[in-house]
Design a protein around this ligand. Structure first.
Ligand code: GN1
Ligand code: MG
Length: 388
């Protein structure tokens, strides 16, 4: 033991990291703030190996054990499909000292630390941090970068093809279907019902309710779109294993050649529609704006990027049926609307779900999504022509 004192949070994270079989003692932990839900830390061991340590947010993922079964099945299957030499193209779990892929820490002393009831967002307390919860570690994939906004057609093509191939590789995942880690995740109608409940409960509070008047109105205006995919699904669109969070920041690009190497964030991979994934891609890659941009005026669909998205995805996902292809533009509209409604609901509820750094952030995020939705609707005919 060295005498040098570390801040308690570092100390707890490093003690947790030590329970995973990353070679060499863990010596440094740096928090990654990019995700909205889980807590993530890059851990470095004495001999320079790195791991990504994550605490699963139990408020969002009610059954971490079943979630980790999914992740184990997916990572194992991708390893079989890609072969042993392709470790930068897939996530690899680092086993814990228990031999399992996760640990559960029941830290009775954690007190005010984050527990089931704690907020995923602004309620996080720096000092009362406890190690209680479910933890896992992935191998850190070196020499990669991530993007929060699309910057070129080539980049979008590569990312979209990577997500298409990801779905393709999971098409022959042995049964049973993956566990639904969040039930009704992309059920846009029930997302609207959640908004209704917040509005009815006046949980919104006078100030936030007033601030968001225009957005509440916009949600009402577009509500008719909400059941479009649900109806198409009822008419027989195939349910596949899809990623369900296909935003550009969930792709690792090779730092040297810009290749879309690896799809990350497997927590919501589960049965769903191809249009969910295409929709999230359009939401995050068919324009050049960061999801956290403060100025919704700048958000506009870029037809060149949308074209690259459609060709990259169709190149990677060659298994799509004609009906599925026809559903893709609906996916773009519906998923953008859904995300607007989710940000709005969370803003009104007091930022209990999406991590925020400033008080109006979820409302600003909502505005960006609505601006994008308007732009997508303006160009809907072009989008359909491009996909066709
Ligand atoms: C959340 O944690 P993160 O950033 O990967 C959310 C997605 C949203 C996304 C918006 C489990 O993902 O559904 O589309 O934020 N994940 C969950 O950026 O709700
Ligand atoms: Mg995610």
């Amino acid at each position: 033991m060295t005498a040098k004192r570390r801040p308690p949070e570092q100390e707890r994270v490093l003690r947790t990291a030590a329970r995973f079989q990353l070679d060499g003692e863990s010596t440094a932990a740096v928090e990654l703030k990019s995700g909205h839900i889980n807590d993530s830390y890059v851990i470095t061991s004495r001999d320079g190996r790195r791991g990504l340590l994550q605490r699963i947010n139990e408020r969002v993922f009610a059954n971490p054990r079943r979630l980790m079964e999914n992740v184990e099945r997916i990572t194992r299957h991708l390893a079989e499909r890609l072969g042993p030499g392709n470790r930068r193209r897939r996530l690899t779990l680092i086993p814990a000292d228990t031999g399992r892929s996760f640990i559960e820490i029941k830290d009775a002393s954690a007190g005010s630390g984050r527990s089931k009831s704690a907020s995923a967002g602004s309620g996080r307390k720096k000092d009362g941090y406890g190690a209680d919860g479910w933890w896992r570690m992935y191998e850190f994939i070196e020499d990669t970068t991530t993007r929060v906004a699309a910057s070129s057609a080539d980049q979008v093509f590569r990312a979209a093809r990577a997500f298409g191939r990801f779905q393709g590789m999971l098409a022959d995942l042995p049964p049973p279907p993956l566990f639904e880690t969040i039930p009704r995740f992309h059920d846009t109608v029930s997302r609207f019902e959640a908004l209704d409940r917040v509005l009815a409960a006046k949980a919104a509070g006078a100030v936030r309710g007033k601030q968001a008047q225009a957005e509440v109105q916009a949600a009402a205006t577009h509500r008719g779109l909400a059941d479009r995919l649900i109806e198409a699904a009822a008419r027989g669109l195939p349910r596949r294993t899809v990623h369900n969070d296909c935003k550009i920041s969930n792709v690792l690009f090779d730092r040297q050649n810009g290749e879309a190497l690896c799809v990350v964030d497997l927590d919501t991979a589960m049965p769903g529609l191809a249009a969910f994934d295409f929709g999230d891609m359009a939401r995050s890659m068919a324009h050049r704006t960061d999801e956290d941009a403060r100025d919704p005026e700048t958000v506009e669909v870029d037809l060149e990027l949308f074209g690259a998205l459609a060709s990259g995805y169709l190149d990677g996902a060659r298994f799509l049926t004609p009906d599925e292809r026809r559903s893709l533009v609906d996916g773009a509209l519906v998923l953008t609307l859904e995300q607007a409604v989710r940000f709005l609901t969370d803003y009104l509820e007091g930022d209990v779900y999406f991590r925020v750094e400033r008080p109006e952030q979820n409302l600003e995020r909502c505005r960006v999504q609505f601006a994008l939705l308007e732009s997508l609707l303006d160009r809907e005919a072009d989008l359909r022509r491009i996909v066709a």
